[in-house]
Design a protein around this ligand. Structure first.
Ligand code: HEC
Length: 134
C-alpha cells in the first residue's frame, strides 16, 4: 500500500474513534437501580427533588436548553434536543442519563452549580418514569 493511502486510512480510523467517543452514551447497566417504592407521583416525590437540584436553571425563571422541570407537561415537552423522558423506560431517558453524571459531557447539574441527586433520589425518579410518570 502506498504511504499516502495508509495515512488516509489511519486518519479515517482516528476520526471515527473521535466520533464514537463524542457520542458515547451512558451504559444503562451502570445506573443506580429504580426504587421499589410504589405509587410514586411527581407532586409528592419528584418535584421537591427537582426544586432542590434543577429548577433554578430549568424552571419559571430560567429555561436552560429550553427545558423546564417544574410541571409534568413541561417535562414531557422536553428540551432543545427533544424528549428527556421515555415514559415507562427510565433506562433510556435522557433526564436519568444526565442526572446520573455517568457521562461527564452531559452531567446535570453542571459541576459545582447545584447539589446533584443522590443514587437513592435518582432511583426514585427512575421509579416515577417506569411507573408512567404520573
Ligand atoms: C446551574 C444551572 C443548571 C442546573 C442546576 C441544572 N441544569 Fe440541566 N442544563 C443546564 C444547561 C446550561 C444546559 C444546556 C447544556 C449544557 O450547556 O451543558 C442543561 C441541559 C440539560 C438537559 C438537556 C436538555 C436538552 O434538550 O439538551 C437535561 C436533560 C438537563 N439539563 C437536566 C437537568 C436535571 C435533571 C437537573 C437537576 C438534577 C439539571 N438539569 C440542573 C443548566 C443546569
Amino acid at each position: 500500500m502506498k504511504t499516502s493511502a495508509k495515512i488516509i486510512l489511519t486518519t479515517a480510523s482516528l476520526l471515527s474513534l473521535v466520533i464514537a467517543v463524542a457520542h458515547a452514551a451512558v451504559d444503562p447497566t451502570k445506573l443506580p437501580p429504580a426504587s421499589k417504592k410504589t405509587g410514586v407521583t411527581f407532586d409528592k416525590d419528584i418535584k421537591p427533588l427537582f426544586e432542590a437540584s434543577c429548577t433554578k436553571c430549568h424552571g419559571a425563571e430560567k429555561q436552560k436548553a429550553k427545558l423546564r422541570l417544574d410541571t409534568i407537561p413541561a417535562i414531557m415537552r422536553g428540551g432543545e434536543n427533544g424528549k428527556v423522558v421515555e415514559v415507562g423506560n427510565s433506562a433510556k431517558s435522557l433526564i436519568i442519563h444526565a442526572a446520573s453524571g455517568l457521562d461527564a459531557d452531559t452531567a446535570m447539574p453542571p459541576e459545582g452549580k447545584a447539589t446533584p441527586l443522590t443514587a437513592v433520589q435518582l432511583g426514585l425518579v427512575r421509579a416515577w418514569i417506569d411507573q408512567g410518570a404520573k
